[in-house]
Write a protein that binds this ligand. Structure first.
Ligand SMILES: [Zn+2]
Length: 184
């Protein structure tokens, strides 16, 4: 951040009085611009023994597979956001069931949440965000082409729970990836 979104003056990074962390503070109007993690909300839509996956038509991870998910919008609940993302990405209507996974991704400043969901009917299709949308059994899932670690972990936990005959809430952390080795 370079400029204040309130008044357009330049900002400086400093620890405001009474705070513990450095923030962007406006040099003119003194507004403190807090930056906090974003919530990504999504769901795992089920139809019979299959789950709905979308092949991404947009970056990041274009061409890789994901569950319908996206950034929570102002004024909506995480369940509403999950249903909206499913409508936008897969042209599908779902009944949102219980919350299934909450995954911290601190190094990219995000928290991802996935609900279990049930397709209202087996109707879905590609969209401006998805090249393909389909229903996949566990053996048919392109496990090597999953777009995001949070989606991979959610899918793995889902099939483990299904085998165990009960679903529980999974709270997980995605560790920071190791630094790339220096190139010579
Ligand atoms: Zn300002």
């Amino acid at each position: 951040m370079k400029f204040c979104s309130q008044c357009g003056a330049s900002v400086e990074k400093k620890i405001p009085p009474g705070d513990l962390l450095a923030r962007y503070v406006c040099t003119r109007c003194q507004v403190v611009h807090y930056q906090n993690p974003l919530v990504v909300t999504g769901c795992l839509p089920q139809w019979q023994d299959k789950v709905l996956l979308c092949k991404r038509a947009i970056e990041p991870r274009l061409g890789y597979w994901t569950l319908p998910a996206g950034f929570l919008e102002n004024g909506e609940t995480i369940a509403e956001g999950a249903a909206r993302e499913t409508r936008e990405e897969a042209l599908a209507e779902v009944e949102i069931l219980e919350l299934f996974s909450v995954i911290n991704v601190p190094h990219i400043r995000q928290v991802h949440m996935f609900y279990l969901a049930r397709l209202d009917r087996p109707e879905f299709g590609p969209s401006h965000e998805s090249l393909e949308v389909g229903l996949y059994g566990e053996q048919e899932i392109p496990w090597d082409e999953i777009a995001f670690p949070t989606v991979y972990r959610t899918l793995k936990a889902y099939f483990e729970d299904r085998r165990a005959g009960r679903y529980r809430l999974h709270v997980m952390d995605i560790p920071r990836p190791p630094p790339r080795p220096a190139q010579d």
